[in-house]
Design a protein around this ligand. Structure first.
Ligand SMILES: Nc1ncnc2c1ncn2[C@@H]1O[C@H](COP(=O)(O)OP(=O)(O)OP(=O)(O)O)[C@@H](O)[C@H]1O
Length: 614
């Protein structure tokens, strides 16, 4: 899943690089439109009003000055003044200024409402998409980075882009309306102003484009910084960081990354601002040249005082509109970066869920692996090769083997978190790929080594095992009893309603073994499951609890299939079938007695452990 990094601009694509600033504007606008039509229309209306009215105010300014001059002349001649012809313009300008203020308030009110709605909408889109992705996608670092970045700025970027596009439009409208006024003075004035402003526009677009590409290229460093922030400031890592005294080392690495990034930023910023200033001077010169021209024309009597006032206002506001446009352009590149990331994430292809089967072709056949091999995406050597096995209902299978031998990978394939690279896995005679995923998941209860510690109530931590019984207290109690969690839950202040974890007020933290009992109980919640997968289910439990778990296990096995991974041979020995896995292959298989009789790897490891207990 390599990301396509935009190539540096060549002569051919300079123009498209310039217009790149609008690349995602239409998509952001569509998103905002879907979020709230009325607010988007309101925003557009206020933008239009706020864009046109400054020119109207400038024009009224001219009328006021000319009316004042005429009234002064009249007063000089007749000694009396008709007030209304003058004051009506003052009144009108006051009205226009009030309308501009109203439009601006309207803009900011609607923007803040839209920001909230849009943030929620984008976050929901991101999370809904996350639900459709495969585990492999989550394990891809660049992809995960996309997801994280998309989430971090979900609430501000899309609206930011729309606001800036609108603000650019507003300033463009202002500039055009100023142009309409100016054209009466001289079309040449407009030409001079446009030519004067163009270089700074082009340079701003170019440097913003450079910044855009720079941000993308250095995303791995940014990701490392984010990671270091997490390690240095999260409760689950801080314990170890403190005890090992890692803060200075990690902080130093954090600083060094910053220094590198800052160096690049500094170079770009200095170049950008220097060129911006120099080319901006051209614009300013053009403006003030035209300004001087107006002054000369007024002094020589070609323009009235009122016209001069208007043109000067037009020049001043025109310059302000121009610099606001430049600010919008540079911000738009950053927002584009965010949106390109968001859309790359949202458009990530999703594996079509192929199967529809809810029952197998040979019910009661159980699980079969037929010559299954699997290589992790991006890995060079297979994690599993040539695995064949058969587990019937009522049977139990134990996997033993050194760390990294492939035991958990086998479980991931069985639970269809990954698909085999070669061979096939059958449940009741039908390939897992042909099964409906939901039907498959209903039949499987799993506890992984790295099970989740939900920062929810105790009961909900159990209910998570079966969403149809998420809030069913009777089921919680039954599962907790089997998972040996009922005793300590009964001692908790709020019983099954006690908040767990440290993230929320009143939360109770559990010991490692207690958490594991919660996880085991969670697996027992899935009553309909006839495949029970337990990856190191008792590693953190005390010896008595472990013995009790396995006694219960044997009693409740009936026609269920149990797959157990454990490094403790005492728990493994009761299984009907034991597979010794090494380097992704099955080294030995059989029950405890036959493996001991064979006197191979299993027997040696078993004796080694037993010796340790003596
Ligand atoms: N998500 C992954 N991506 C790439 N390689 C992986 C991934 N998970 C595991 N591996 C590799 O696959 C091999 C088998 O790993 P697996 O987790 O199945 O071992 P295991 O037998 O369960 O080990 P342990 O006893 O330590 O739990 C290892 O070499 C590991 O490095």
């Amino acid at each position: 899943m390599r990301r396509a990094v935009p190539a540096p601009p060549t002569n051919g694509n300079r123009l498209s690089a310039f217009f790149g600033v609008f690349r995602y504007s239409h998509r952001a606008l569509a998103l905002v439109w879907q979020t709230s039509r009325s607010l988007t229309l309101g925003l557009a209306l206020c933008t239009l009003v706020a864009g046109v009215l400054p020119a109207v105010a400038a024009w009224l300014g001219q009328l006021i000055v000319d009316a004042v001059v005429a009234a002064m002349a009249q007063h000089g001649e007749t000694g009396s003044v008709a007030w209304w012809p003058v004051l009506r313009y003052v009144l009108a300008e006051a009205g226009v200024i009030a309308a501009i203020a109203l439009a601006q308030r309207g803009l900011s009110a609607q923007q803040s409402l839209l920001r909230a709605l849009l943030g929620q909408k984008v976050n929901v889109m991101i999370l809904e998409k996350a639900g459709t992705l495969t585990l492999a996608q989550f394990e891809d670092s660049e992809f995960y980075d996309k997801l994280t970045r998309a989430r971090r700025e979900a609430s501000i970027r899309p609206l930011g882009l729309v606001n800036k596009t609108f603000s650019l439009a507003q300033n463009a409208i202002s500039l055009v309306s100023f142009g309409v006024l100016l054209v009466q003075f001289s079309p040449w004035a407009i030409l001079i102003l446009v030519i004067g402003a163009l270089p700074v526009f082009v340079s701003e677009a170019k440097f913003s484009g450079d910044a855009f590409r720079l941000f993308r290229w250095r995303s791995p460093q940014t990701r490392m910084q984010m990671y270091l922030e997490t390690v240095l400031a999260r409760e689950d890592s801080i314990k170890e960081v403190k005890l090992f005294g890692l803060e200075p080392l990690l902080l130093d690495r954090y600083r060094r990354i910053f220094d590198t990034l800052y160096g690049e930023d500094r170079r770009l910023t200095l170049r950008r601002e220097t060129w911006g200033f120099l080319l901006g001077l051209l614009g300013t010169l053009a403006f003030y040249g035209a300004y001087a021209w107006v002054v000369v024309e007024t002094v020589t009597g070609q323009l009235t005082l009122g016209e001069m006032t208007m043109y000067l206002m037009v020049f001043k506001q025109g310059q302000a509109a121009l610099s606001a446009s430049l600010t919008s352009i540079s911000g738009m590149y950053e927002d584009n970066l965010y949106l390109s990331n968001l859309y790359e994430y949202l458009e990530q292809p999703v594996d079509a869920e192929t199967g529809t089967r809810t029952a197998g072709a040979r019910p009661g056949d159980g699980i079969r692996f037929e010559n299954v091999s699997f290589t992790y995406p991006g890995a060079e050597t297979p994690a599993l090769s040539g695995i064949s096995l058969h587990l019937r209902p009522g049977g139990s299978l134990a996997l033993v083997g050194a760390n990294g031998s492939g035991k958990t990978t086998l479980i991931k394939l069985l639970t269809r978190l990954y698909a085999p690279s070669e061979g096939r896995i059958l449940l009741d005679g039908s390939d897992l790929r042909d099964w409906d995923v939901q039907a498959l998941r209903r039949r499987t209860g799993v506890i992984f080594q790295d099970f989740v510690r939900y920062q929810l109530k105790v009961g909900e931590n159990l209910g998570a095992g079966d969403v149809t019984a998420f809030a069913d207290e009777a089921r919680w109690q039954e599962a907790a009893r089997r998972g040996l969690a009922d005793d300590f839950i009964a001692d908790m202040p709020g019983g099954y309603h006690t908040q767990l974890g440290r993230w929320f007020k009143g939360g109770q933290e559990l010991s490692g073994g207690q958490w594991q009992k919660i996880a085991l109980s969670r697996a027992y919640m899935r009553e309909s499951a006839d495949i029970l997968v337990l990856d190191e289910p008792t590693a953190a439990m005390d010896a008595a609890a472990e013995a009790a778990v396995f006694t219960d296990f044997r009693e409740h096995r009936h026609d269920k299939m149990t797959i157990l991974i454990s490094h403790r041979f005492s728990t493994v020995r009761a299984a009907d079938q034991i597979l010794v896995v090494e380097g992704g292959r099955i080294l030995e298989r059989g029950d405890h007695d036959s493996l001991m009789a064979a006197d191979g790897r299993y027997a040696r490891l078993f004796r080694l452990q037993a010796k340790g207990y003596r």
